[in-house]
Design a protein around this ligand. Structure first.
Ligand code: BEZ
Length: 199
């Protein structure tokens, strides 16, 4: 399935002329910062919730058996916590490639969760909306968890994405009922012989 967003992202020029940009991560960017950054700070944004509603056939699944990864969905009173990275503009090019399967750059206002300065800033995030071809949308939590448990792609098992995200959110002290409910529904991996679980 082709849903390549690289060209549309390249044309987004809101931060042209800036020598640094704040990027808000709410999914794998929280726990997998495999790009150079100048600084990182926990942060939140208003009006969005994190949902495992985006299909992944290029990273955490295949075209035949897509996985599910996080995107954001509008919810007016909600707050979504994540990690903000201060990056050089040239870092966006490789990220556009990594996130090319339906994610578009979106402007956002970030509010930092530490006591540092500035307290807030304009920035970017990557958003997959319902009009992209890989969007899967809502489903019962049991069905989403079952899909994640089975899917596997070039970046590894889909379950690892969910487990790492849940762990990173716990470490940040963030309560995310959607993510934690999905993680709790994952069957234990084969070969897991934890004695408590055998009782
Ligand atoms: C994120 O962590 O914010 C993210 C990662 C991949 C695609 C889109 C967003």
């Amino acid at each position: 399935m082709s849903n390549d967003t690289r060209e549309r992202n390249r044309r987004m020029n809101h931060f042209d002329g800036h020598d640094e940009i704040w990027l808000f991560g709410y999914g794998s960017l929280i726990w997998k910062a495999d790009f150079p950054f100048l600084e990182r700070r926990p942060a939140h944004i208003h009006g969005w919730v994190r949902r495992f509603w985006q299909g992944s056939h290029d990273h955490r699944g295949t075209p035949e058996a897509p996985g599910r990864v996080a995107t954001l969905v509008r919810e007016p009173e909600a707050i979504c916590h994540g990690m903000a990275y201060r990056i050089a503009p040239e870092v966006l090019g490789p990220l556009d490639v990594r996130e090319k399967n339906g994610y578009l750059r979106e402007l956002t206002r970030l509010h930092f969760d530490d006591n540092g300065q500035p307290a807030s800033a304009d920035g970017l995030l990557y958003l997959a909306t319902e009009d992209n071809a890989a969007f899967l949308g809502d489903a019962p939590l049991d069905a989403i968890a079952a899909q994640i448990a089975l899917a596997h792609g070039p970046s590894g098992p889909n379950r690892d994405y969910l487990v790492h995200l849940a762990q990173a959110l716990r470490e940040l002290g963030v309560d995310d009922p959607h993510v934690f409910a999905l993680a709790a529904r994952l069957p234990h991996p084969a070969g897991d012989d934890c004695p408590q679980r055998r009782q």
